[in-house]
Design a protein around this ligand. Structure first.
Ligand SMILES: *Cc1c(COP(=O)(O)O)cnc(C)c1O
Length: 211
């Protein structure tokens, strides 16, 4: 089932769109099944869980951190994480950069942008992103490299609203010429791709429900 789902989803992705298989709360066996059919990028949202899976699973897996990251958990993942999708505050950016420098790395990150109308979703506002980039606010943070932007649309059936939110992020990405645009989850990834996403984060459509 997992194997077939991965293959189906991969076939539906245009060239140049990367699949992050979101394996949070899933057992290692499920990740191994996805790995066996060629999946190499996995997304996790808890530092401890990510560290344990990193230890136990093949070393050519690219581990992406996709959830809210507390500054006091940064050191758990910095030695091995490939991409952090969820830089959502100045304080977190500073902590990530400092820890990366401490262990002798430069870590690729995405800035998370708040595009949904829900209060609960994390991220910088569009205006804050403009300010960070144009005033080169993060240029002194030599331990991290801003590779792009990430966003989550409102959880709604209204596909026009989702599209509007994704377009807003896509325009911001184009304006600054970032390489990566991480948007789209199980329920909305086709809309996200139509709006220019080149990295989709898909969990439940591959692994089934987490609960
Ligand atoms: C859990 C999660 C996903 C995957 O969601 P699904 O609906 O299961 O595909 C994607 N992105 C983030 C940030 C998540 O926390």
């Amino acid at each position: 089932m997992i194997e077939r789902k991965i293959e189906e989803i991969k076939k539906s992705l245009p060239m140049g769109v990367e699949l992050v298989a979101v394996s949070k709360f899933q057992p290692k066996e499920s990740i191994e099944r996805a790995y066996a059919v060629g999946q190499r990028i996995f997304g996790e949202s808890r530092p401890q869980e990510l560290a344990e899976k990193y230890q136990a699973l093949p070393k050519d897996i690219e581990w992406h951190f996709i959830g809210h990251l507390q500054t006091n958990k940064v050191k758990t993942i910095i030695p091995f994480v490939s991409l952090i999708h969820s830089i959502d505050s100045v304080r977190l950016a500073e902590a990530v950069s400092a820890e990366a420098l401490r262990v002798g790395r430069v870590v690729d990150v995405l800035l998370q942008v708040h595009i949904a109308c829900e209060e609960t979703k994390q991220g910088f506002s569009v205006d804050e992103i403009v300010q960070i980039i144009e005033q080169k606010q993060f240029n002194s943070l030599c331990g991290m490299r801003i590779a792009g932007l990430m966003g989550m649309a409102t959880y709604t059936d209204n596909s026009e609203q989702i599209e509007r939110e994704f377009r807003k992020l896509s325009e911001l990405q184009a304006k600054y010429g970032f390489r990566l645009l991480s948007m789209g989850m199980s329920e909305d990834y086709l809309i996200a791709i139509a709006c220019g996403s080149n990295m989709v984060r898909i969990g439940s459509s591959i692994f089934g429900s987490r609960y």
